[in-house]
Design a protein around this ligand. Structure first.
Ligand code: ATP
Ligand code: MG
Ligand code: MG
Length: 365
């Protein structure tokens, strides 16, 4: 049998490992700590830093193919891994997605529409941001997730009052959007490209809260979002799955927010609404197995379970008809920490209306 190596031990690694096991693979994890959500469901693990050459070499020697749930491996680490085993997706894609400026530069070169943006290398660049208009948003270029490292700026006065910012930053015009959308696209070694249906995402305190599958938009908009995602996958020569986040502007335009070349939280609905979910598609892609169409047999609403407040709802969720619960096995429910998610499934075309959405799960504790 073959061993799939997964870099990163969090919930995305856990669900990828479970999908790999379903296909008969053995899974080996690289994670800094000796226990983690992914390690608990895998055959073995290397406990070591992502940037320790000895740990990376030990890890690589135990795998037949290497993939990721964690994107922030150094360029040196990525090229070391590639010397030993096939790395899918290729390290170059991770290098791009790790850095918002590089990511936006690559997407813009590929002709992908983005929110107007500017690189901000230091305080001397702040003045020129007035061209973007207000409100605008400043984001750290690396390591940001769940809206961390972001600063909203309402006016020129507020901008000139800012001090001690963590440069380098990227500035973006705040987009007046009707909806946030995302698409999971997967590409195989042979170039086969598949797309899951376009979905709609809502955030709470900067963290994904709810995904509606399918998005409640006109079919031409849903298809355009998929076409954009497929174009990015081909331009980057992706092998594996990738999440593409988009804004559907008040003016109807689709703008890409960011990409994530790995399984993505906004794809968790596929676990209960598709025969082959995002994790299995990813494992199939990186191991060279066939990729059948990404078909959705049901409509779905995915709710994230975040922190102790949502863990208090678990007993009620377990007793809820139509709710499929997924927990990540994290010991401590710190505030803001993703603990699990729930998929509520409906026949195709029967996604509930706005008011009924509120009552799907027991209220927050
Ligand atoms: P993730 O956890 O998805 O990786 P992140 O920390 O990388 O998040 P972004 O996705 O860039 O952050 O931004 C988080 C959220 O902030 C977006 O989903 C959106 O709701 C809002 N946001 C970010 N940029 C803009 C923008 N230019 N215009 C309007 N809203 C924005
Ligand atoms: Mg992000
Ligand atoms: Mg995002």
């Amino acid at each position: 049998g073959s061993t799939v190596g997964i870099i990163g031990g969090g919930q995305l690694g856990r669900m990828s490992a479970m999908a790999a096991a379903k296909l008969g693979y053995r899974v080996h994890i690289l994670n800094p700590a000796p226990t983690s959500p992914a390690i608990e469901v895998s055959a073995s693990a290397t406990a070591g830093s992502y940037d320790d050459p000895a740990a990376l070499e030990e890890f690589a020697s135990r795998c037949d193919v290497i993939t990721f749930e964690f994107e922030n491996i150094s360029a040196a680490g990525l090229s070391l891994l590639a010397k030993h085993r096939p790395v899918r997706p290729a390290g170059e894609i991770l290098r791009v997605s790790q850095d918002r400026i590089l990511e936006k530069t690559c997407l813009a070169e590929a002709g992908i529409a983005l929110a107007p943006w500017k690189a901000v290398s230091g305080p001397q660049d702040l003045k020129s941001l007035e061209e973007l208009g207000f409100p605008l948003i400043l984001k750290t270029t690396r390591f940001g997730y769940d809206g961390k490292g972001q600063f909203r700026v309402e006016s020129a006065e507020a901008l000139s009052a800012l001090t001690d910012l963590p440069y380098p930053l990227v500035a973006e015009k705040m987009i007046d959007f009707q909806r946030e959308l995302s698409v999971m696209v997967v590409r195989g070694i042979d170039g086969t490209v598949r797309c899951f249906d376009t979905v709609e995402n809502r955030h709470r305190d900067g963290i994904l809260d709810v995904t509606l599958a399918p998005a409640r938009i006109m079919p031409d908009v849903a298809e355009e979002a998929q076409a954009i995602a497929m174009k990015i996958a081909m331009e980057l020569d992706l092998v594996g799955i990738m999440g593409v986040e988009l804004f559907h502007g008040a003016d109807g335009q689709l703008l890409v927010n960011e990409i994530a070349p790995r399984p993505h939280n906004s794809g968790h609905w596929t676990m209960d609404a598709c025969l082959i979910d995002q994790f299995e598609m990813h494992i199939r892609a990186v191991t060279g197995l066939p990729l059948p169409p990404a078909r959705r047999h049901s409509d779905a609403v995915m709710h994230n379970l975040v922190g102790p407040e949502d863990m208090a709802r678990v007993a009620g969720i377990l007793a809820t008809d139509g709710a499929s619960l997924h927990l990540y096995g994290k010991r401590e429910a710190r505030p803001g920490r993703k603990m699990g998610h729930v998929n509520t499934i409906f026949p195709r075309g029967a996604l509930p209306g706005e008011l009924a959405l509120e009552g799907l799960l027991p209220p927050r504790g």
